[in-house]
Design a protein around this ligand. Structure first.
Ligand SMILES: Cc1cc2nc3c(=O)[nH]c(=O)nc-3n(C[C@H](O)[C@H](O)[C@H](O)COP(=O)(O)OP(=O)(O)OC[C@H]3O[C@@H](n4cnc5c(N)ncnc54)[C@H](O)[C@@H]3O)c2cc1C
Length: 416
């Protein structure tokens, strides 16, 4: 039975980074991955382009996380965005900065990010077992970890790092076994739910809009007296409801509301955020005046995407064949309101498997933020999405995975 200094379960970004750092500290490290490849989720991140981090300053950076974000302070102090970028650049990866400070590899390929991680793993002599999930973890009397693999092999170590990720996109390997291991080892798991997740809607007509991407719009969710409003951006209609950047961005709040809501949750789309109601009314007066002999529906084609027109006309309740110059002032106002307040009702989130991140996880209070070591069991460490921290999109989640991975690897690597 082989013994290692450190065993790391899960070869996502956090587990790979932990292994690299512990390897740099000359420890004998075993990285165990259930898939036959490393970093499956990393490869699909950022639509295959991998948004590795964000250039925002530390103080602002942390506010992109949910309420447990402050837990990450020490991890960010060890390895933050500039250090992460240097880490990749040192092995030849060039990066570029895009909208909202998002950092991507210059060649838009997540695989280039993974290649660098593989180089570091090799350079630091990390041993990797592929295709062999960990099925059980026990702690012996001498505080040694005994890790059982699916093929019944048992490996042992003084320190153990759990880096098994969350519950979303299970085909990438993140199926949540790590939460079971953590629980068996005495840790509390904060309820798991979907973060950055598409949402289902009640209106049947939404299905007709499947595939329609709305650009340069603003959205707002309303639940009783609570409101959250997005920036101007993009959203998408799907066969079940709504998705796309703006929806995902605000979805975590909506998921919380859905858990407790008595009031219906409304999604309000402002289809013309650049114009206020008065300006929009003047625009319609002009358009309807200039093209008075055209039918109303055809004039709308100038201000709305084609796929939306039939649904819009139906909701407006105005006959589609009505000539533009016959539209009354009251009807025009109705159109203006509909353009500013195009509304749908949210019924539920899509399942957690379709979420970009998992909310909840190992309770942060039971982990020492300065080391990522369990406060309950010496030698046990956590990093990445298994911990109860999550952020909006923009590169924050991967930075958290890399930073906590680095800190866990360093802390375990410095233990005698
Ligand atoms: C579609 C999508 C796009 C995303 N895009 C971005 C983005 O652009 N930027 C960003 O910041 N974040 C993005 N994220 C989030 C980000 O990918 C995750 O937060 C990050 O991958 C978490 O890293 P991790 O190492 O904690 O876990 P994971 O990447 O989930 O890795 C966990 C690993 O553990 C392995 N494992 C699990 N159980 C076992 C076991 N029992 N035995 C052995 N191995 C096991 C899994 O196979 C997996 O390889 C995206 C997520 C998704 C789903």
């Amino acid at each position: 039975m082989k013994k290692y200094d450190i065993i790391i379960v899960g070869a996502g970004p956090s587990g790979m980074m932990a292994a690299i750092r512990a390897g740099q500290l000359k420890k004998e490290v075993l990285l165990i991955e259930k898939n036959n490849k490393l970093g499956q989720k990393l490869l699909i991140s950022g639509k295959g382009r991998c948004n590795i981090t964000n250039i925002q300053e530390p103080d602002k950076f942390i506010y992109n996380f949910s309420s447990t974000g402050l837990f990450l302070r020490s991890a960010f102090a060890k390895l933050f965005n500039t250090e992460l970028i240097k880490f990749f650049e040192a092995k030849g990866l060039q990066v570029k900065i895009e909208r909202g400070g998002r950092v991507f590899p210059s060649d838009d390929r997540a695989n280039s990010v993974l290649k660098v991680l593989k180089l570091y793993l090799q350079e630091n002599k990390v041993k990797i077992i592929y295709n062999n999930p960990v099925v059980d973890i026990k702690v012996g009397k001498n505080s040694e970890f005994s890790v059982e693999l699916k093929n019944r092999e048992i490996v042992k170590s003084k320190s153990l790092i759990l880096a098994t990720g969350g519950l979303s996109y299970p085909l990438t390997g993140s199926t949540g076994e790590g939460f079971g291991f953590a629980k068996n080892l005495g840790h509390k798991i904060v309820d798991l739910s979907a973060g950055l997740v598409p949402l289902e809607v009640k209106e049947r007509w939404a299905k007709e809009l499947q595939g329609l991407s709305l650009k340069n719009i603003r959205i707002k969710f309303i639940c009783g007296k609570k409101t959250i409003t997005s920036e101007i951006g993009e959203m998408l209609f799907t066969h079940f409801g709504v998705s796309g950047p703006l929806i995902l961005e605000l979805s975590s709040n909506v998921v919380d509301w859905l858990k407790a809501a008595k009031d219906p949750i409304k999604l309000i789309i402002d289809l013309k955020p650049g114009l206020d109601e008065k300006q929009l009314d003047r625009r319609l007066i002009r358009d309807f005046g200039n093209q008075g002999s055209k039918i109303y529906k055809n004039v709308l084609a100038e201000i709305l995407p084609g796929k939306l027109i039939d649904v819009f006309v139906e909701i407006s309740g105005i006959s589609q064949n009505k000539k533009a110059n016959q539209i009354t002032q009251e009807e025009r106002r109705k159109i203006v309101r509909l353009l500013k307040d195009f509304s749908l009702t949210i019924t539920k989130p899509r399942p957690i498997e379709e979420a970009i991140v998992t909310r909840g996880g190992v309770l942060t209070k039971e982990i020492d933020p300065r080391t990522m070591q369990s406060r309950l069991l010496k030698g046990l460490y956590f990093c990445g999405e298994i911990i109860d921290v999550d952020a909006v999109s923009g590169g924050y989640n991967l930075q958290a995975a890399f930073s906590t991975g680095f800190l866990a690897g360093e802390s375990a690597g410095k233990e005698d």
